[in-house]
Write a protein that binds this ligand. Sequence first.
Ligand SMILES: *Cc1c(COP(=O)(O)O)cnc(C)c1O
Length: 725
Amino acid sequence: MEFLTSPTQQFDLPKRIERLGELATNLWWTWHPEASHLFGRLDYDLWERLGHNPIRLLNEVGRARLNQVANDREYLEHYDELFKGFDAYFTKESWSQKNQKDLKKPVAYFSMEYGLHETLPIYSGGLGVLSGDHLKEASDLGLPFIAVGFMYAQGYFSQRITEDGWQEAVNNPLKFEHLPVSLVKKNAKPVTISFDLPDRRLTAQIWEVRVGRVPLYLLDSNLEGNDDYDRLLTARLYWSDLDRRVMQEVLLGIGGVRALRALGYDPAVWHMNEGHASFLTLERIRELVAGGFAFADAAEKTRPQNIFTTHTPVPAGNDEFPLWLIDKYLANYWGELGLTREQFVEVAKQQHPHGETYSMPVLALKLSGSSNGVSELHGEVSRDMWKFLWSDRDVKDVPIQHVTNGVHTRNWLARRMNILLEKYLGADWYDNLDDRRLIEKIDQIPDKELWEVHLHLKRKMAFYLTERVRDRWTHGGFHPVQVIASGVLINPYALTIGFARRFATYKRASIILSDVERLLELINRPNHPVQIIFAGKAHPADDPGKKLIQQVYRTVKKAETGGRIVFLEDYDMNLARYLVQGVDVWMNTPRRPYEASGTSGMKAAINGVPNFSILDGWWREAYNGRNGWAIGEEKEYESTEAQDAADAESLYSTLEHQIIPKFYDRDPKERSSAWIAFMKSSMKTVIPQFSTRRMVKEYVEKFYLPALAGEAHEAPDYQGLKNAA
Ligand SMILES: *Cc1c(COP(=O)(O)O)cnc(C)c1O
């Protein structure tokens, strides 16, 4: 190909192990624990200190150590075995090549964030981790797949908690030479795309990240020709200032299509992960209008190939812009679509009591051939929320379907757990992880062996927490009470509950603290101690979210907790991995039905950690009475206060009468077999069904193939288009 990506990283490695450089620059290594193990073996201490960054590790570990391992038989055996697997991955016939011969042209996937690894902090939470897992699975399945997002120069912030529990945001400008990104060039010059705003031109360059077989293209507006304001456009995730936000979305949707064209792609399917990318629908229409089509004809022609996945169950969570902002940035654009301003606005208009807005989900829903929510209940909620667009239809006939989210199994499954599954399910179990009959064999794992792996992971988590605190303490500015609050008193043999996620108010992190006295009595009972680990960031502009963290932190600091309730700073994919693999119970308390799906509980369950959650999102589909516990009931309440009170009562009594007795139902040295039955049931129900394997195959069958065939659900009755025809 005439396009060259120029590697930013250079390595000076002994010839015998020079492919470590290749491994470090393809994120394939991030979901193959044997590969990170191969890096770690070079120098575990340095590997941890560098935050699992193989590019830095290879540059900083020193020539002497590299020469040493290049002559170490055991290391070289591991190395050779690993690269055998690496090469086989890229050459063996994939699921897609075998079963989906019609899929030749790529599926293009657009998302505002990608959670691929903690060293590439271009994600904020669940949406990003879902996109990252989607790419990893698309690569595993061998789908022709490409993706578009942003290269955020400052990444997502790191979280510090002050002694009084207030969240502080630390920005970390990224050093691109330390990251697995390469600038895309043609004829030795960076490939750029641009968009003409009414008063200036916005230009962006393109970085490429290799995710196994899938290329991810990241737009970057930090270019000299741009004005200073525009250069900051891709500096951070989710600017709260609407000006920047609308420009980001123009760049993602319109700029993203232009970037793929500049790279010579002709995608067969365009998948929008959330409404941030909705402008891509207009850009595809513009391409046809430029070739002589009328707007309405171009819309009908392009619509079947657009797929829209919504993640937002609350109207206020959707992106909408005031019309003056649309005028400010898109005044050149409607003419290119052959539309007047009124027609242009009509396509995405949402009517509110206070006036009209330009709604990104409305735009996507109108111009997509199919749309979906991310769990069964969220599908229902979405049909109800958007039924006004199909005013002649019954709510159940609103054409918004659902595909329940999943997690990338190998990415989240502990290495030791994978070894155990290989032993009892077969060395190739992973290739068939969505085969329920195979996964039933988990019952054959001896309780003792499963419990030993679990205990190992729990101790590993506790050890990791202590080392993190040591580091914070040593560097100064950390109060002793913060040392306790960060988990140094955690006992790896006590029942441990994990609660980690974004601190948004609907997630109700403080429900378990609603009756602190009752909680303290429960967790401090002699011989039956209970520990609770909290972690999570609030959006920097979300003061209610930050106050929630503070409320939790103030409780955590009370001496009466005995150091058994802790709050860990800086929740990211790395900390998530330790927690979902190392706690005994995963808790989630969203206000139903606001958790569209949730995925962290799936990561826990596949590692044998039962869930204890509100019957919302994915858990409503997975809960069977033997794989965890439900909080609250499936009903509507007259007020949120009543709902919160009922859920809190259910939480305390389930904890007291079911979870604690089951965990401690044993003599002190033995394990509880009733508990282990719950662990196994979690794994058996969640591994096959709530994996990206099942999820991506479902997208292929329900959406990608019909899109190829030109099928589309009925468009909503949108006046704007019909007038424009
Ligand atoms: C999985 C994950 C999430 C999503 O968690 P939910 O409980 O589904 O909201 C958020 N952040 C990180 C770092 C994750 O790994």
